[in-house]
Write a protein that binds this ligand. Structure first.
Ligand SMILES: Nc1nc2c(ncn2[C@@H]2O[C@H](COP(=O)(O)OP(=O)(O)O)[C@@H](O)[C@H]2O)c(=O)[nH]1
Ligand SMILES: Nc1ncnc2c1ncn2[C@@H]1O[C@H](COP(=O)(O)OP(=O)(O)O)[C@@H](O)[C@H]1O
Length: 184
């Protein structure tokens, strides 16, 4: 990536903090943004669309993507694999677009080594209790999946200081303004 190309932004934060909600608002306001669609072995949640929310793939297909070097980064999270298809990101950054990756901590660390110029933003909850309330309110995950997400959340929160910016998602509109202030 040269300085004349687009901006690569990495958004990380614990499951249930509101990353998806915040990014949907941002993308509705800034439709020129390219949101990277990840591949995952996780089963689709009700309402999720293949190719739009994720590329839902088998473990075999995911392993083949790794072998073929098609992923910019990948990680295991709560029992499933997630990864960023490389080509669209490279193409869209070269086309000077704002490109957003919404990925977990291990992936953000990988991108930090391959794209050190990327802007890394951590979305934090007002508290762990509020995080748990949001995950449960969303009503999309099984009890074991919720436990795995909360365990992982503690590890991610301890790494928040590694990021260039932190945004606390307490009030969604305030968080949106924070994000706009950083990337726009
Ligand atoms: N490393 C990596 N993490 C991803 C990718 N796509 C999504 N994730 C992360 O995987 C985690 C789980 O995502 P998901 O199953 O959709 O659950 P949710 O965050 O609770 O909505 C979240 O932290 C996502 O940010 C990816 O391509 N790479
Ligand atoms: N600022 C906020 N205040 C209260 N609830 C929120 C806020 N942001 C998101 N939520 C809710 O929290 C839940 C988890 O949000 P979601 O966007 O799915 O999180 P993530 O993508 O980080 O896993 C959803 O039910 C969402 O409506």
């Amino acid at each position: 990536m040269s300085t004349t190309s687009g901006k690569l932004v990495v958004i990380t934060g614990p499951s249930g903090v509101g990353k998806g909600t915040l990014l949907r608002k941002f993308l509705a306001k800034y439709p020129d943004t390219y949101f990277s669609v990840s591949a995952t072995t996780r089963a689709p949640r009700p309402g999720e669309i293949d190719g739009q929310d994720y590329y839902f793939v088998s473990t075999e297909k995911f392993q083949a993507m790794i072998q073929a070097n098609e992923l910019l980064e990948w990680a295991e999270f709560a029992g499933n694999f997630y990864g960023t298809p490389r080509d669209p990101v490279v193409t869209q950054v070269a086309a000077s677009r704002l490109v957003i990756l919404e990925i977990e901590l291990a992936g953000a660390r990988q991108v930090r080594t391959t794209y050190p110029q990327a802007c890394q933003i951590f979305i934090a909850p007002p508290s762990l209790a509020e995080l748990e309330r949001r995950i449960r309110l969303r009503g999309q995950d099984s009890e074991p999946a919720i436990s795995r997400r909360l365990e992982r959340a503690k590890i991610e929160l301890e790494a928040a200081h590694e990021f260039d910016y932190q945004i606390i998602n307490e009030d969604l509109d305030v968080a949106l303004r924070g994000l706009e202030g950083i990337v726009c």
